[in-house]
Design a protein around this ligand. Structure first.
Ligand SMILES: [Ca+2]
Ligand SMILES: [Ca+2]
Ligand SMILES: [Ca+2]
Length: 136
């Protein structure tokens, strides 16, 4: 089976809600390329950990699995922490992610929001744009 190149482009926008004063926001972009050659074996394709506002942290971890039809399944989860520091262990929201990246030039788009479900109006919006192309 041919090798495939998975390119994951992640854009995130995080909002640390403040009761007094302005909300604290962040925007980040990350591009990660992974070559997948072994069918049905999952590889880590993105690990993104980013704190902002003195209280919030987003952790996003994705794996990619090359399937028999040369499509790629991307799955993982996004965790939103919020507490007394950006290093807090207080997990306040999460999203599970799973989608297929088709072959060819099609860009697989996945947009989601991770809300602070426990205590507040903090959130992180994440956009994933993935392509799956043959390795020349
Ligand atoms: Ca806050
Ligand atoms: Ca803050
Ligand atoms: Ca909290």
């Amino acid at each position: 089976m041919a090798e495939r190149r998975l390119v994951v482009t992640m854009n995130m926008h995080g909002v640390d809600h403040e009761t007094f004063g302005r909300n604290e926001e962040t925007r980040k972009t990350e591009v990660k390329e992974t070559i997948l050659s072994n069918p049905n074996q999952s590889l880590n394709v993105l690990e993104f950990i980013h704190g902002w506002g003195g209280e919030c942290r987003l952790e996003l971890r994705l794996t990619g699995t090359l399937l028999d039809d040369n499509t790629i399944r991307v799955q993982g989860n996004a965790l939103l922490f919020e507490g007394v520091s950006e290093g807090t262990g207080d997990l306040d929201g999460q999203r599970d992610i799973s989608f297929i990246v088709p072959r060819g030039g099609v860009v697989a788009l996945q947009n989601f929001r991770v809300n602070n479900d426990d205590e507040g109006d903090d959130f992180a919006d994440v956009q994933l744009a993935c392509t799956n192309s043959p390795v020349e």
